[in-house]
Design a protein around this ligand. Structure first.
Ligand SMILES: Cc1cc2nc3c(=O)[nH]c(=O)nc-3n(C[C@H](O)[C@H](O)[C@H](O)COP(=O)(O)OP(=O)(O)OC[C@H]3O[C@@H](n4cnc5c(N)ncnc54)[C@H](O)[C@@H]3O)c2cc1C
Ligand SMILES: *[C@@H]1O[C@H](CO)[C@@H](O)[C@H](O)[C@H]1NC(C)=O
Ligand SMILES: *[C@@H]1O[C@H](CO)[C@@H](O)[C@H](O)[C@H]1NC(C)=O
Ligand SMILES: *[C@@H]1O[C@H](CO)[C@@H](O)[C@H](O)[C@H]1NC(C)=O
Ligand SMILES: *[C@@H]1O[C@H](CO)[C@@H](O)[C@H](O)[C@H]1NC(C)=O
Length: 550
């Protein structure tokens, strides 16, 4: 039976009154089902997951949609690869173990720091008097050192050695950053496909080639690429220029306004989570995500509080690389993320009263070693595309990241330097003895040449091989993935951007669903069967026919 639309609408109001007064009426149920909080699970409390929670809450509140967010984190801390450890186990000297800096174009992090009133420090490498600030070491000699006064770009020196290459590189970098920043704005944001977005913004051309090819095509001199740009890709991504793609290479050169959060960047993510009023479960590893017949997801977790029973969620956001997340998605989603080769990076932090030995760096005894030692390959050594291409230097970087008083020495606390080394292999006592120029015995001694040491092996970031497609964001209905962005750019900011993007996609879908739901609800009033009204729920699930007496 066809009821003209006008009539249908005319029926609607008095009908709703009738239903309302009938006590357990249909509209009450309808409203309740529309009002029931959307249940969202976020897996991972790193930059991606925390940002997803933060923006999901914001977007849902703005849309007036009730949302219940639960965050599962397998480790005992928030921040993921953004985390600190305490030198000498002293809580007054936290040192970044993972992501240490972000830059002024990182809008999400910069505005979060401001909104949460966190103090940033310009990426403060403490200046050790009399030491040149930064040097690039090729395993044989320092090919470049810059003084602290002149900062990163010691312009005259660079021009002399490299001609226009630094300036060309800088303008290429700015051009690339300009394209990337479009991802934050409409009409690009929110984006459903990273592959399509990269293509649309002209970034695929840059991810398609290696940094080496890209710079060459753009007429950047080979010497500058090999010496300076490669030193930067090695310290940031443990990769030579012949391996890492052009976009991530440009990210390495975008160092303007480098900063960090005092006492740890993880605080941004901790504040995001608090502000999202999510329920946070630490020490809780999600083991299995299983899709239910009613399209919800059942999550099985293992946690130290064994009382946790599996729960179902309307939406799941996986904010960790699937391949390291130790979980099963059953049945397999429509899109399964690729296996991505990740760098296995050894990070070694240690404290010592000694400076780096000039002898270890082929310098005269009276010279001092820069406090920030980057590395590149010596001339003629070609490990460009070899993932194990650390080459002659044997490490990617050594830097002094802090200075402090060793609390374990008496009668006075000894002033010491805190060092950080990035390398592809374990740093042993032999290596430390050589670079410090003193005997470093095995085993710990709080007043020895090395008073404190901390080693961590990370799956730090992908190798960033050139590629033109990236993992899907929506793996299946109600199942989203943030970590595909890591093969495009792997930073705290880009993970946070993907978290923000997914949060928006999710709430946009809810809004579309609500609209469709309410249209369907009024449509459904046309279907009359012996005084029974059928209603198809907002989530598309069939509900029991609602009885109404007219
Ligand atoms: C040594 C190092 C230096 C770096 N330097 C910088 C830098 O200077 N600047 C910069 O911007 N970036 C840097 N990065 C990269 C940056 O850390 C990452 O790109 C970014 O932090 C990734 O955030 P994420 O949230 O996507 O992933 P993660 O931080 O890895 O977060 C994922 C979280 O999910 C959790 N998890 C995984 N599986 C499960 C499960 N089954 N159940 C529950 N929880 C689970 C993990 O424990 C983890 O906490 C560096 C990384 C490293 C390692
Ligand atoms: C959110 O869900 C959890 C777990 O199901 C529940 O314990 C909690 O009470 C819910 N919170 C709200 C505000 O609905
Ligand atoms: C997580 O586990 C660690 C030990 O591995 C423990 O020290 C910490 O208190 C636990 N945290 C929570 C919130 O359960
Ligand atoms: C922000 O932090 C500073 C100190 O870091 C404090 O003096 C100030 O009151 C804080 N402001 C707000 C709004 O929390
Ligand atoms: C979906 O099914 C699961 C059991 O498989 C149940 O626990 C959950 O309550 C159902 N959710 C909805 C919204 O019907």
């Amino acid at each position: 039976m066809h009821i003209p639309k006008a009539l249908g609408l005319a029926l609607y109001l008095p009908l709703s009154e009738a239903l309302r007064s009938s006590g357990n009426g249909a509209l009450d149920k309808l409203q309740i089902s529309q009002m029931a909080a959307k249940k969202v699970a976020i897996i991972g409390a790193g930059a991606g997951g925390s940002s997803a929670a933060y923006y999901l809450r914001k977007n849902a509140d703005e849309a007036g949609i009730k949302t219940n967010i639960t965050v599962f984190e397998s480790s005992s801390h928030v921040g993921g690869r953004s985390t600190t450890v305490n030198a000498w186990s002293d809580p007054n000297t936290p040192i970044e173990l993972g992501a240490s800096i972000f830059v002024e174009v990182n809008h999400i992090l910069v505005s979060a720091a401001r909104d949460f009133n966190l103090s940033t420090s310009s990426h403060s490498r403490p200046h050790v008097s009399g030491q040149p600030e930064l040097g690039i070491w090729n395993g044989e000699e320092f090919i470049l050192t810059t003084g602290a006064e002149n900062g990163w770009w010691d312009k005259a020196k660079l021009l002399w050695r490299y001609g226009w290459a630094p300036i060309k590189t800088n303008s290429l970098m700015k051009d690339t950053v300009g394209k990337f920043l479009k991802m934050y704005e409409e009409p690009i944001f929110p984006f459903k496909s990273l592959s399509d977005t990269a293509e649309e913004l002209g970034l695929t051309e840059i991810t398609a080639s290696t940094g080496e090819q890209f710079l060459k095509e753009k007429g950047v001199g080979e010497l500058f690429a090999r010496e300076v740009v490669q030193a930067s890709t090695r310290v940031n991504y443990a990769s030579n220029l012949g391996l890492i793609h052009g976009l991530e290479t440009m990210v390495c050169m975008a160092t303007s306004g480098a900063m960090s959060i005092a006492n740890g960047n993880w605080q941004i993510f901790s504040h995001m989570l608090k502000s999202s009023s999510s329920t946070l479960h630490l020490n809780a590893t999600v083991k299995k995500i299983s899709k239910q017949p009613n399209s919800t997801y059942l999550l099985t977790t293992s946690s130290f509080s064994a009382s946790d029973s599996p729960q179902t969620f309307d939406t799941v956001i996986l904010a960790a690389p699937l391949q390291f997340s130790n979980l099963v998605i059953d049945p397999a989603p429509k899109h399964v993320p690729d296996q991505i080769p990740y760098v296995k990076l050894h990070v070694t932090l240690f404290a010592s009263p000694h400076k780096l030995s000039p002898l270890a760096f082929n310098l005269a005894p009276e010279k001092s070693v820069p406090q920030y030692v980057l590395t590149t390959l010596p001339p003629g050594e070609n490990y460009g595309s070899d993932p194990n291409g650390v080459g002659t230097p044997g490490f990617f970087s050594i830097s002094i990241v802090g200075e402090g008083l060793n609390p374990h020495t008496s009668p006075t606390n000894r002033p010491e330097y805190i060092y950080k080394i990035f390398s592809p292999k374990r740093i042993d006592e032999g290596f430390l003895s050589r670079v410090l120029g003193v005997d470093v015995p095995e085993g710990e001694s709080t007043d020895g040449a090395v008073s404190w040491i901390y080693r961590k092996v990370w799956h730090s970031y992908p190798y960033e091989y050139p590629r033109v497609t990236f993992d899907e964001i929506k793996l299946d209905d109600g199942l989203f993935y943030t970590s595909g962005i890591e093969s495009f750019i792997s930073t705290m900011e880009t993970s946070a951007l993907m978290g923000k993007n997914v949060a928006r996609l999710v709430v946009d879908e809810w809004k579309a669903g609500q609209k469709a739901g309410s249209e369907e609800a009024s449509e459904s009033l046309k279907v009359q069967k012996e005084g029974e009204w059928e209603y198809k729920g907002v989530n598309g699930e069939e509900q029991k026919p609602l009885k109404a007496k007219l």
